[in-house]
Design a protein around this ligand. Structure first.
Ligand SMILES: [Zn+2]
Length: 313
């Protein structure tokens, strides 16, 4: 079973890799790349591969075997710089960007390119984005900066407009499942894709049997709660303390399945189920907000029980 995935293992990165190869051959890579990748689809892996493409000095670059390629993959190449949020912060700070652009302005160690990776680029705070913009406007020669983002709409338009955009799209549920099986992952892959979404690398790292167990437990409890047979307060208290994020993903998968069933059999109040789905997505978006998770989830469970009692009435 493979434990480390390279960009070349990920078939869905193929079109973007081909576009980069073509641009490199024509000496048209430009100074800035914006890698817009779906979550769990390897945007950062593609950025590292791009660094290998530019820093590898062999004919068949990237060879994935020379010292340049290996040091890039390990994040230890002297001409490769990465800036990301540090510590508990969810933001990339201006001081870190200043150090990053100063490093990029130095003379190349290997006599070729200097590569910078900003990941995730939408974590740049306003001051940091501004500091980076100055370098994008007047880039040092032979410098390429790759910005990696799942939601580039959060980046200032002034930054976006200066980048060559590469899009990486999730391969689809069936292809993701087949790829996972090909990487030696076993268990209920369909259930795992259903919960974690079409995000191959996230699934690759996940404990699939544990996800499957949690999904089955959640389904059982929600079926009961929808019939008014569960205690929302106790359930919310227990779920908010353990695997909260994954639990919410299981709840959303359960709701989606229920909506599909209602639509197919023309039963149930679909509008109300979509309201529940919207509310659940809101909870998932606020996962890092300092709200009382147990209270928020309990409120949602009461809404679920109400929705069903209204339907029965
Ligand atoms: Zn190489």
């Amino acid at each position: 079973m493979a434990d480390v995935i390279a960009a070349t293992d990920c078939f869905w990165l193929g079109p973007a890799m081909q576009a980069l190869r073509t641009a490199h051959r024509a000496d048209r890579v430009g100074h800035a790349l914006l890698i817009h990748a779906d979550p769990g689809c390897g945007g950062e892996l593609l950025a590292t591969w791009a660094a290998q493409l530019l820093l590898c000095r062999r004919d068949a670059a990237p060879c994935n075997a020379c010292v340049d390629c290996r040091h890039c993959a390990a994040g230890q190449h002297p001409d490769l710089f990465v800036v990301r949020p540090t510590g508990d912060s969810l933001q990339i700070r201006v001081d870190d960007v200043r150090a990053f652009v100063a490093d990029l302005a130095l003379t190349s160690h290997g006599g070729g390119y200097r590569i910078g990776i900003v990941t995730p680029a939408d974590a740049l705070n306003a001051a940091a984005a501004n500091a980076l913009l100055k370098t994008l406007e007047e880039p040092p020669p032979r410098t390429v900066i790759a910005l990696v983002s799942t939601t580039p709409s959060r980046l200032p338009a002034t930054i976006r407009s200066r980048c060559l955009r590469l899009t990486v799209t999730a391969p689809g549920a069936a292809a993701t499942q087949a790829w996972l099986a090909g990487q030696g992952r076993t268990g209920d892959l369909a259930a795992a894709v259903d919960v974690l979404g079409d995000a191959p690398l996230k699934l690759f790292d996940a404990d699939i049997p544990a996800v499957t167990r949690l999904r089955a437990d959640t389904t059982r409890a929600l079926d009961e709660a929808a019939r008014g047979g569960a205690d929302p307060a106790a359930l919310a208290e227990r779920w908010s303390r353990d695997e909260y994020e994954l639990r919410l993903a299981c709840i959303e998968a359960w709701l989606n399945a229920r909506i599909r069933l209602s639509a197919a059999s023309a039963t149930g109040n679909i509008a109300r189920q979509f309201e529940l789905l919207d509310a659940m997505r809101e909870l998932r978006r606020e996962i890092d907000a300092p709200l009382n998770k147990s209270v928020a989830l309990e409120r949602w469970l009461w809404r679920l029980a109400d929705a069903d009692s209204n339907r029965a009435a």
